[in-house]
Design a protein around this ligand. Structure first.
Ligand SMILES: NC(=O)c1ccc[n+]([C@@H]2O[C@H](COP(=O)([O-])OP(=O)(O)OC[C@H]3O[C@@H](n4cnc5c(N)ncnc54)[C@H](OP(=O)(O)O)[C@@H]3O)[C@@H](O)[C@H]2O)c1
Length: 289
């Protein structure tokens, strides 16, 4: 099988760690660069690192991902997700290096009420969503060889995430209140890493939607996480738990283009959750399919 030299940015993050490990397990030469070595807001550093490493493909996992904080620090979110991604794209253009960029379901407004295709109109509701869209546009302006992978509701080892938060809250209190009127798809970084590892072997550039399979709410997701425990989970409306950033109420992504491209189905979110719970939470509980 063909292998490549791959440079992963934001390699200290949740997805960056899982993806680097997955790519290495497939025999690729993976250069995992944390923010300390490559800060994408530093254009000269982008040029230096690409020149020095000469990768076949850059996989850009680095991002400002604090969705609520972005509302009070918009300049920082755009600086990293917009201008930072543009710096990397310009540098990639100079060295004729293709790039894979992760984007988000939050580029959509959630009003469509049916799964979004990659070509559907974007209308982000939050600063984070707008800044991720700015990164998408920068890539399309500067590169002809790129993958944009929009994903959603990520959790996985080595990162602050919803699954771990729910498990820890369930240890501390009997009753949990969880939002039931936001619909989407939880996605494990472990399965997304396998999906992306397949995609990069195709050379079929473009915009893809890559999540696990299925549809749920945060409330039903929490119920599945705690299915073997006796906590009480109360569904609440988004309006009863106001947060700085507005989230789309329905952000399910249609994965048909990706499935056709990699030639296989994506795992149901319950299956990925089960694997994560068994391997990474150190718990006995299992989420059944
Ligand atoms: N998490 C989700 O639910 C979700 C959903 C949809 C899409 N995504 C996208 O998926 C990708 C990976 O997300 P994640 O959950 O793995 O996020 P994460 O755990 O927050 O990792 C992001 C990494 O990027 C680094 N970073 C921050 N500023 C940087 C800069 N200027 N230059 C280079 N690296 C920088 C961070 O370092 P520090 O921590 O030191 O700042 C961190 O290591 C991101 O593009 C994100 O937008 C995530």
């Amino acid at each position: 099988m063909e292998t490549m030299k791959l440079l992963v940015t934001g390699a200290g993050g949740m997805l960056g760690q899982s993806l680097s490990a997955c790519l290495e397990s497939r025999g690729h030469d993976v250069v995992s660069v944390p923010k300390e070595r490559l800060d994408v807001t530093n254009y000269s550093q982008c040029l230096e690192v690409i020149e020095e490493e000469a990768p076949d493909l850059i996989i850009h996992c680095g991002a400002f991902t604090k969705v609520d904080q972005a509302e009070s620090e918009p300049a920082l979110a755009y600086h990293i997700n917009g201008y930072g991604t543009e710096n990397l794209a310009v540098a990639c253009n100079i060295f004729e290096t293709p790039m894979l960029y992760f984007s988000s379901d939050y580029v959509f407004d959630g009003e469509q009420n049916q799964p979004y295709n990659p070509w559907d109109a974007t209308r982000p509701l939050s600063v984070y969503g707008k800044s991720k869209l700015a990164g998408e546009k920068a890539i399309q302006r500067h590169l002809s060889r790129f993958y944009i992978v929009r994903t959603s509701w990520l959790y996985g080892p080595n990162g602050k995430n919803f699954v771990d938060t729910i498990l820890s809250m369930a240890d501390d209190r009997k009753t949990l209140r969880v939002v039931s009127d936001q619909i989407g798809t939880p996605t494990c970084t472990l399965s997304l890493s396998e999906t992306v590892s397949d995609l990069i072997m195709t050379g079929r550039w473009g915009i893809y939607h890559g999540t696990d399979d299925g549809v749920t709410s945060w409330y039903d997701f929490a119920k599945e996480i705690l299915r073997d425990r006796d906590n009480e989970i109360i569904p609440i409306a988004t309006k009863d738990m106001p947060r700085p950033a507005t989230r789309p109420k329905y952000s399910v992504l249609d994965k048909t283009t990706l499935i056709n491209t990699i030639g296989r189905e994506l795992p149901p979110w319950q299956e990925s959750l089960n694997t994560y719970m068994q391997l990474h939470t150190g718990r006995k509980e299992t989420a059944k399919k």
